[in-house]
Design a protein around this ligand. Sequence first.
Ligand code: PMP
Length: 445
Amino acid sequence: HRIQDCFNRPIASRPSAIISVLERVSFDGNKTMSVLGKLSNLEDEKIALSYQMGQHYDTTPDGRVVRKCLNLGSYNYLGFADDWDVTCRKDVMGSLDNLPSSVGSSRLEFGTTTLHRRVETIVASFVGKEDALVLNMGFNTNATIIPTLTARGDLIVSDELNHTSIVNGARASGAAIRTFRHNDASNLEFILREAIVYGQPRTRRPWNRILVVVEGIYSMEGEYCNLRNVVTVCKKYGAYVYLDEAHSIGAMGPTGRGCCEYTGVDPADVDILMGTFTKSFGGMGGYVAADRRIIAELRRECAGSAYHNSLSPVVCQQIISSFQVIMGKDGTLIGSQKLNALRDNSNYFRMRLTDMGLHVLGNYDSPIMPVMLYNPTKIAAFSRECLKRGLAVVVVGFPAVPILMSRARFCISAGHTREELDRALKELDEVADLLKLRYARSTFG
Ligand code: PMP
């Protein structure tokens, strides 16, 4: 509205990609959330809810309906975001007594504490690199590290479905950008060969550097990266590899070390490993891990680190505690149990959805499960029907995905119990009938 006032001209608002019928959401701790709906007819809504969900609803003093929903949409893969007994209560709550909530300074000023360095050392050793740099936001990491690594005269070759933060970073770099077909290493090879043969447009000079950017798990597809083939092709043409592990670190591989571990690729063959702490680690912030020389350069040059308030020490403590549990440093097997639970829950949920005849995208072992709705008119209906049944699910439409590829996206957590998943599946079976979503069954008879 302020922008409109300034320029005195109405601007058509861009539709939101993640379409939400939720008005306000609050987490009630373990896996549930309260959702304040903005459905119009409250009386009908109340009756429907009391009929369907018994105690699963409540009303606010102004008479609005609050639903208790099973959270099937957050990236809380290992459950660390609300696992009070494992990480938070012990260390993080303790750290609140001793540490400032903010350092009030950027990394190059007073914003580097021993905790920041500890996180960097742990991350580097966890992913198998010499050093790491921690930034205060995952989005900021891609958006400011990529322009620090590349400039005019360089070529960025990006998977067509890469995250917006990568797109922003690539655009800000001044480098030329080409995209390759999603997860298609032969199309990547075609583009790299062409880039080597023809060089830069007009001058025909060779590119200074070529950076290939891929993701460990694609967040709208639930698919993991074809990393082996990507690395082979990049080696052949001398291109650098940048891997965004936002969704795969702490979620993939027998010990949670991400896409390299899962696909059997040596981390030395991936030049830059990027990731975030907002998903499996239940914290905030992002990192890049690479050779010591590259990290030293990024530490000095990256504006997103040098000019941005650094991560809260309390959050650093949360990240360290999560890593220690995953690596079994607390002497327990809780980390590996959580990783196994995540894999079992994900594969169980995926198999049951597929058996129902729903068209589920992505690979086995991936905790992200997009279920195709196709028709955009089903988006709001799906979300509403799920909410009525006590399920909070993210629904996605244009422009995040093509208009006729609308979908609902489930994110499974190690914290979900089998009973909760079974209850969700039972409700989804009804929603599938109601909205005629059994595309896979009708296709294959
Ligand atoms: N990269 C990818 C692939 C993502 O999906 C996201 C956000 N979901 C980010 C980067 C940004 O991370 P953050 O939310 O931690 O800022």
